[in-house]
Design a binder for this molecule. Structure first.
Ligand SMILES: O=C1O[C@H](COP(=O)(O)O)[C@@H](O)[C@H](O)[C@H]1O
Length: 260
């Protein structure tokens, strides 16, 4: 393992979307070879909209087919709210993407949180971790679940998943899924994949777009001292690819800007 994260910059989200689609298709093909399913972790925030732009576009004849019936979707993080609440990452993904997938492409298996446990996020995280154990451990006696792909966002403060700058959760090494009850961004109660799980993905993609991300992108790529997104870069190295638009990377200098 080595190398550096790959930073891809596009003029705008419309130009970014086709390359993100190709990248996801490549990850899907690799996942299907590996275990006949495609295990993906997905974030909330601004990501689902961009994801929908990439995945709901008409197929080009030369490309692999999206096989949503082989997808197993987990949440990279989720807020402890009902599934139809406007703060729910599932609700967002459903509205932006899941509800719009054409029937002929099949429907993913989506692993939502147990909303009977909204008042007990420790138990909610433990149950979600059990789902991962069931889905991944049958494959091999893994110490960590290895996602085929993690699709992540980057907050303007450098957080990703519900891993926030300076938070003790950044030091969590035992559990795969952790509760957080003091998220600085509301809602306070959430669950999140932990850093070791995130950095062990086969592929790790960040999608960061818009001028609101410009300052934090500079910090991440020009120093980054312990920011959650930087820690993912440092752990995932060349398995990490950033999909950005010009406003998000204006003024960011980085040694490797590439293509897929
Ligand atoms: O709270 C959250 O924020 C991050 C970043 O969101 P964005 O809107 O700045 O892209 C998101 O990735 C995470 O899933 C969500 O819970």
């Amino acid at each position: 393992m080595g190398g550096q994260p790959n930073l891809l910059a596009f003029p705008d989200v419309d130009k970014l979307a086709p390359t993100l689609r190709t990248y996801i298709l490549q990850a899907q093909t690799a996942g299907l070879h590996r275990h006949d399913s495609f295990k993906v972790a997905v974030s909330g925030g601004s990501l689902p909209k961009t994801l929908a732009k990439a995945l709901l576009a008409p197929a080009t004849s030369a490309e692999e087919k999206l096989q949503f019936d082989k997808w197993e979707i987990f949440f990279a993080d989720e807020r402890a709210v009902p599934l139809d609440h406007e703060d729910s990452n599932y609700c967002l993904l459903k509205a932006e993407l899941l509800d719009k997938i054409p029937a002929e492409l099949g429907q993913p298996k989506v692993h939502t949180i147990n909303t009977d446990l909204l008042d007990d996020v420790q138990e909610m995280a433990d149950q979600y971790e059990k789902l991962l154990v069931e889905s991944f451990a049958a494959r091999d006696s893994v110490k960590l679940p290895i996602f085929d792909l993690l699709l992540l966002g980057c907050g303007p403060d450098g957080h990703t998943c519900s891993l926030f700058p300076g938070h003790e959760l950044l030091r969590e090494t035992d559990c795969w899924v952790a509760p957080i009850e003091d998220s600085p961004k509301p809602p306070a109660k959430r669950i999140t994949l932990t850093l070791p799980v995130v950095t062990h993905g086969v592929k790790i993609a960040f999608v960061a777009t818009g001028g609101g991300k410009k300052e934090i992108m500079k910090q991440i790529f020009e120093g980054g001292g312990g920011l959650p997104c930087t820690l993912v870069n440092e752990g995932g190295l060349d398995r990490v690819t950033w999909f950005t638009d010009s406003p998000a990377v204006e003024g960011v200098s980085f040694p490797r800007r590439g293509s897929l």
